[in-house]
Design a protein. Structure first.
Length: 550
């Protein structure tokens, strides 16, 4: 393929599996938005409380924040295709039960909120599994465009879904909206079922969920590339949240309009988001990640500031289109950077953390700009938001967007399986790893620098309490030391070794005078159970244990 084909906005749709899943996902996104309209309308019928009506969106969105990280861990631990199917099946089942309850006239405000949360939880379980499996459905050159098309799918639905939902509610009632939502998940579930994914089972048992969540968080913490994207995504969400939180007030206070004005502003944002998502591949290819992010900020920031002073509907809609395009382009760039910076074993967790950072920033930002609006008005909040967004471009001077080659994240075999004489289980531990290096004193400074780089690879793959020491009697002897909580954790750490990790190890070994690499010692710390408590206790490795039968 040529470069133009590789970076075409619609090139991923030539891949049959991705095309089928993407098309079905468009339908499911419509269903989700129709559900939101139907649930909000039903809540107004059930109770006059405005706060209960507002809680409908909270019930749908809160699981996306709370379940995202565990869902990402589950996606990494098991077959992503099956995890996606489980999430979709759960969401569809919850939707069907809600439909039945509504048809029978048994709906209450809290029942409605409960089932909205359950549907949201199913979608939250599905989302990281789908996003982290995109790389398996398209050629790697198509990945940025494929990620962007995922955003296009949602924004097409967001542009027309609420209006369609209103028509559904008027025609067949809220229970019809609930039923359509439940049914619209089924084509996507079918597409995942038909996907003949080649799942390569790990030779190791999956981590426990709590350990998997910790492993994912530690990888993000010690990976400069992912940490950079998370920080910048959170700051962007914080500073740009005014355009997401204040359109209704823009329509009422600045444009002196009504609900239709509000709808036009939302539609303009959706149109802009589609334009921005379609442009992500070409912009990223032409400018590079960091320059593309700055370009988005320099376009979005003035648009938001001008929006504060606009009192004309046409101009405001045009500015919302510009802002929506730049913001969606920027979000897509962040998402692509995460996917290109995370190896497959942690991809679901990295994507989930990115989603949580972005949505968390928007949630906090919505509160902040809401408080500014309460004190100084909508125009002041928009102007301040635009200026704050412009200031985030300076972050790139300290934390530039990562430049990572996907080939660097390919897993490599370490070889030389550990020699084990003790009877160990996966839960035996802690395990202490020590590696001895013999380094010429003239190369000490270079070796030390190389080891500091290797330290991050050890920690992001699962090592704790890493240290480097130098023998005071023999200055050429250096010892690297770290812990793994259990023997199973140590085996997982070895299994996560990537090409970039190997290069760091090779750089450190280049200063080692011992042929064959560092001398490795593996020890079981606090070896309870591996020794006898008393001399007369039988040793199961040497002494047969007789069983007394009365």
């Amino acid at each position: 393929m040529n470069a133009g084909d590789g970076w075409s906005a619609f090139a991923p749709l030539r891949e049959r599996t991705f095309r089928n899943i993407w098309t079905a996902s468009l339908l499911s996104n419509f269903g989700q938005l129709i559900l939101g309209v139907g649930a909000a309308w039903e809540m107004t019928r059930l109770t006059p409380s405005a706060s209960m009506v507002a809680l409908v969106q909270s019930a749908l969105m809160l699981p996306l924040m709370l379940v995202a990280v565990p869902a990402g861990a589950i996606a990494d631990m098991f077959d992503r295709r099956k995890v996606a199917m489980l999430g979709l099946g759960f969401a569809s089942l919850a939707g069907m039960v809600l439909t039945a309850i509504a048809v029978l006239g048994l709906t209450t405000p809290w029942t409605l909120l409960l089932f909205c949360s359950l549907i949201g939880a199913g979608v939250a379980l599905y989302s990281p599994a789908w996003q982290s499996s995109i790389v398996e459905q398209v050629h790697i050159d198509h990945l940025p465009a494929a990620v962007a098309l995922g955003a296009v799918s949602y924004n097409i639905a967001r542009s027309f879904g609420p209006a369609l939902g209103g028509l559904v509610v008027v025609a067949i009632g809220a229970q019809g909206a609930f039923g359509i939502n439940a049914v619209f998940y089924l084509p996507l579930l079918l597409m995942f079922f038909l996907w003949q994914r080649q799942h390569v089972a790990s030779r190791l048992p999956p981590e426990r969920l709590n350990r998997a969540i910790i492993s994912g968080a530690r990888y993000a913490l010690h990976s400069l590339a992912i940490r950079t994207v998370l920080i910048r995504a959170a700051l962007f969400g914080l500073c740009s949240a005014a355009t997401a939180a204040l359109p209704v007030l823009i329509a009422r206070d600045l444009l002196h309009g009504n609900a239709s004005t509000f709808g036009l502003l939302l539609g303009a944002t959706g149109v802009g988001a589609v334009i921005g998502a379609l442009a992500v591949s070409k912009v990223r290819e032409r400018f590079g990640a960091e320059q593309a992010v700055r370009l988005c900020i320099f376009v979005s920031s003035p648009a938001v500031v001008l929006l504060a002073f606009s009192h004309q509907l046409l101009l405001s809609c045009a500015l919302m289109v510009v802002s929506g395009a730049a913001n969606m382009l920027l979000v897509s760039l962040f998402s692509v950077a995460v996917q290109l910076s995370a190896p497959r074993w942690v991809a679901g967790r990295a994507i989930a953390l990115h989603s949580s950072a972005l949505t968390g920033g928007i949630a906090v930002g919505a509160f902040v700009w809401g408080e500014v609006t309460a004190g100084w008005g909508v125009a002041a909040a928009l102007a301040a938001s635009g200026i704050a967004l412009l200031a985030t471009a300076l972050i790139g001077l300290l934390l530039p967007m990562p430049r990572v080659s996907f080939s660097e994240l390919e897993r490599v075999e370490i070889g030389r399986e550990p020699e084990v004489a003790l009877q160990l289980t996966a839960r035996s531990g802690p395990i202490v790893i020590e590696l001895d290096y013999i380094v010429d004193t003239a190369q000490a400074r270079h070796f030390y620098t190389a080891m500091l780089k290797l330290q991050h690879a050890r920690k992001r793959n699962g090592a704790f309490e890493w240290s480097l020491s130098r023998d005071i009697a023999n200055p050429e002897l250096w010892t690297e030391r770290y812990h793994c909580p259990t023997w199973g954790d140590y085996l997982h750490q070895r299994d996560r070794f990537t090409q970039s990790d190997r290069e760091l190890q090779v750089q450190a070994n280049a200063y080692n005078k011992v042929a064959g690499g560092a001398i490795v010692r593996r020890r079981l710390e606090r070896p309870f159970g591996s020794v006898r408590w008393h001399a007369d206790v039988p040793d199961p490795q040497r002494d047969p244990i007789s069983v007394y039968t009365p």
